[in-house]
Design a protein around this ligand. Structure first.
Ligand SMILES: *Cc1c(COP(=O)(O)O)cnc(C)c1O
Length: 851
């Protein structure tokens, strides 16, 4: 029968239980297991069904359960304990305050822009690694007390959830998440009205943007929302979903994030009376338009474009995340033009006052029809970094075209290796062991863990078995539900109850499905894999998860191959695909596996972070030497699949997969099953202990955020102060014009070594004639570049030594270079621009070498 009418019954929470709302609205619960368990204990089943979302949980509690909780003294005590813990977490002095006390650095305030933030499954505004990294950055910044504000988008549908068809084909599901169901609050002004900002889009249309805030411990995360009744349908859809839609949809999102984000964070500072940010961090090129808005604001205040650019550059940090050119965001120049919407005076309506052609030039690349967001980021930011050491090297090579005349190793892109937030990614069962190994230090600041032996192998083995057991149990549930969703009947599924074995060597593999990550490398020789899985004495099982982008048919085919292999090779009990890879699955999988497999095509994995989550839980690494593992790669912590450097792609895949099987069969499995008389794998656990205690402190997001603060944020903050006095960037812009004009007259001639027979341990004296024309020693640095001669006669492994003007002879410069090693000593002399606002000599692309 049809419903006659539908009413909405409001949930009420009595005053004694109000603290639950306070706890639910601060996402600190997402990394404090006691708090999460408090919510779970209210109604475990309802909590799971709510997507582990305490806000939905509290809004759907039956009145009878509320009455029970009100009368449950033990529950109320736990709730109050959690509330006090949160209050003390928010008030205790933290690392940032201690480090910057008594210095002007204490006033630095940072805005962090990212297209996605992966904080908890309950706030679905992420898709994968980039988002999880941004989420961990916020959490660690909170732990360290770093004054940062996150800026992102509030997606109505978030990213899709995944299920499989009967044929193993990925199905995507999008569910709307109204703000009332999310752990967020509106940002309100003094009158209690939600704060809005707006953007001017083509055809004189205005986009209205509402501001929401998620509180991540001490860190506010602002989320921008265009799904408002005040917007026309086409603008409501801007923040509909993450990485969906066409390029035009994408540029609109990036304009809302960048231009809207700057306006939003400034409004937020105004209504809350907090300092407006002075350092701007763009996490990937998606946020590049933020720099354009800031230039526009300075120009509206009367600055020239050059001066404004110098100011913005000084205070901007840009992080690149992809070593693959195809992974870079590029727009049609015409599209960028259209949105910058030039009026009859050649000015933009989107960002009034900016000269559109200059902005287009900031995003220029080889192909004149493209507007390149990574190039925009690099040209707008004086500080730039990749996300692992190897990725730094690859990025310097990839972007060296932007710094003409300089070698790749001088391209001003440094690296800060990614990390993962320890309290989030360490399972509760492992936390006490981690604390003991660190010597019970504050994990957010301990740079070294000193008590590796504080946890015995028996205890480690118990924890490892518990984590593997949790994974097996969760996998059985998940696979059962997934088959029901694929149309199976409960009765056909009895086999699912016995899939996986809590004692078997477990290989974990979870990835966003991207060609370079090679999801199916393990299937190169399917028969051999099947034999390894079914080995009688040393059986192996694989647990796999991954999502393909909805438009990526090739990726979906790979997923299907995985599922089909499990069914066809008769190994569905030991080769298991878990649907819907998200942060909850990642927690279980990274922790419950014994080895974490990672087989990208080197060097295309910028960093990778899932392997770090695995390390923290005592899972060993089994990886190609790429991303983060390239700098930590060591037999003590796992196994490295040797890189096949020669041959075509097919040969490479064949060779690398053969190494994968060999290692698994002949090294990993034998060591795992090598037990003492009590069944404990001593050698294995020794590795586990080394891996956790030595790598742990280095792969933590706490270390990463400290590095960002000391190496990039604080210097950028100081530079921001230096250029805040408008005279400084004005003088710099003036100087730059002069230097560019006068540069052709700078000449380096008559370079010579004056040490006839140099010996190791001695020195080489070098002399050169350098004419500076109109410029002076204040504008130009003359230096010797020393190194060795590379393949094409170019200098490699370089270092520089300044040269000084010879007091007696005009235009003559000399330097004395100490030499340590015998053998080849190659050098040259060069002149480069010198100015205190230049961070790297490569920035202006000006250099003069001997003729
Ligand atoms: C950690 C994580 C990632 C990133 O893993 P990679 O090693 O970079 O592939 C992706 N997705 C989810 C859900 C994660 O938790």
């Amino acid at each position: 029968m049809k419903a006659y009418e539908t009413l909405t019954i409001a949930a009420t929470l009595p005053t004694v239980l109000e603290p639950l709302r306070t706890l639910a609205k601060n996402l600190r619960w997402s990394w404090r297991s006691e708090a999460e368990r408090l919510f779970e204990s209210i109604d475990p089943e309802l909590f799971d069904r709510s997507g582990r979302n305490p806000v939905v949980l509290l809004d759907s509690l039956p009145a009878s359960r509320v009455a029970e909780l009100e009368a449950d003294a033990e529950f109320l005590a736990r709730m109050h304990h959690e509330l006090e813990d949160l209050e003390s977490y928010l008030s205790v002095e933290r690392w940032f305050a201690r480090t910057t006390r008594d210095s002007a650095d204490a006033k630095t305030s940072i805005a962090y822009f990212s297209m996605e933030f992966g904080i908890t499954q309950a706030l679905p505004v992420y898709s994968g690694g980039l988002g999880v990294l941004a989420g961990d950055h916020m959490k660690s910044a909170s732990d360290l007390g770093v004054p940062i504000v996150g800026i992102g988008l509030l997606y109505t549908y978030g990213y899709f959830t995944q299920s499989l068809s009967r044929e193993g084909w990925q199905q995507e599901h999008y569910r709307a998440h109204p703000p009332s169901e999310l752990p967020i609050d509106p940002v309100v002004d003094a009158d209690g009205n939600q704060v809005h900002v707006s953007l001017q889009f083509p055809d004189d249309k205005t986009v209205d943007i509402a501001l929401w805030k998620a509180q991540v411990g001490r860190v506010p995360l602002l989320l921008l929302d265009t799904d408002l009744p005040t917007n026309p349908e086409e603008f409501r859809a801007i923040t509909d979903r993450l990485y969906g839609g066409d390029v035009e949809h994408r540029i609109k999102q990036e304009l809302v994030l960048g231009v809207g984000g700057v306006r939003a964070v400034q409004e937020y500072a105004r209504v809350t009376g907090t300092p407006a940010p002075d350092v701007f961090h763009m996490n990937e090129g998606h946020a590049g338009f933020s720099g354009i808005e800031r230039i526009g604001q300075l120009m509206a205040a009367g600055e020239t474009f050059e001066t404004a650019l110098a100011s913005v550059r000084a205070s901007t940090v840009f992080t690149t995340h992809t070593p693959v050119p195809a992974g870079i965001d590029r727009f049609d120049v015409q599209l960028a033009h259209r949105y910058l919407a030039v009026d009859e005076h050649g000015e933009s309506r989107l960002v009034p006052k900016i000269p559109v052609d200059r902005v287009i030039a900031l995003g220029a690349e080889d192909d004149p029809s493209r507007f390149n967001m990574a190039h925009l980021g690099l040209r707008l930011a004086q500080s730039a970094n990749g996300v692992a050491k190897l990725h730094g090297v690859v990025s310097r090579e990839m972007f060296k075209g932007l710094y003409p005349n300089f070698e790749a190793d001088e391209v001003p892109i440094t690296s800060i290796t990614n990390g993962v937030h320890i309290p989030t990614w360490t399972r509760p069962a492992m936390k006490p062991a981690i604390l003991a190994m660190s010597g019970n230090r504050d994990l957010s600041t301990a740079a070294r863990w000193t008590e590796a032996n504080a946890v015995g192998t028996d205890e480690l083995w118990r924890i490892r078995n518990e984590l593997r057991g949790d994974l097996v149990e969760a996998a059985r549930r998940s696979v059962h539900d997934s088959w029901i969703a694929r149309g199976a009947q409960d009765a056909e599924l009895s086999w699912v109850r016995d899939i996986l074995d809590p004692e078997r060597l477990t290989v974990g593999f979870a990835r966003r499905v991207s060609t370079y990550k090679r999801l199916t490398l393990m299937l190169q020789d399917a028969d051999r894999l099947a034999r390894i899985l079914q080995n009688e004495d040393r059986p192996v099982q694989f647990v796999i998860a991954g999502k393909a982008h909805p438009a990526d048919m090739g990726g979906k085919q790979l997923l299907q191959e995985i599922v089909r292999f499990a069914d066809e090779a008769g190994v569905r009990d030991r080769f298991v695909f878990l649907p819907d890879y998200n942060v909850t699955i990642a927690e279980l999988l990274c922790a419950g596996s014994d080895v974490w497999l990672n087989n990208p095509i080197r060097p295309q994995e910028a960093s990778g972070t899932s392997g770090m989550k695995a390390v923290l839980n005592g899972c060993l690494t089994f990886s190609i030497s790429d991303g983060w593992w390239d700098e930590f790669d060591d037999d003590r912590f796992g196994w490295t699949i040797p890189n096949a450097v020669h041959g075509d792609a097919r040969t490479r895949d064949r060779m690398e997969s053969a190494s994968l099987y060999d290692l698994l069969e002949h090294s990993i499995a034998p060591m795992f099953y090598d037990r003492d008389e009590r069944g404990v794998p001593q050698e294995w656990l020794g590795k586990v202990r080394d891996s956790i205690s030595i790598l742990g402190p280095q792969i933590s997001a706490e270390r990463m955020v400290r590095d960002y603060v000391t190496e990039l944020y604080l210097p950028a903050g100081r530079a921001a102060v230096a250029v805040a006095d408008a005279a400084a960037p004005r003088a710099f812009a003036e100087w730059q014009r002069t230097v560019e004009r006068a540069w052709p007259a700078v000449q380096v001639t008559q370079v010579a070594s004056e040490t006839p027979a140099p010996v190791a341990g001695g020195e080489v004296r070098i002399r050169a004639t350098v004419e500076l024309g109109e410029l002076s020693d204040d504008d130009v640095r003359v230096e010797v570049v020393v190194g060795t001669r590379g393949e094409h006669g170019d200098l490699v492994d370089t270092a520089t030594v300044p040269m000084h003007a010879d007091a007696g002879t005009p235009d003559v410069y000399t330097a004395v270079v100490p030499v340590d090693r015998p053998g080849e000593f190659a050098y040259t002399v060069r002149a480069v621009p010198r100015h205190e606002l230049l961070k790297s000599p490569a920035e202006l692309g000006l250099v003069r070498l001997p003729r």
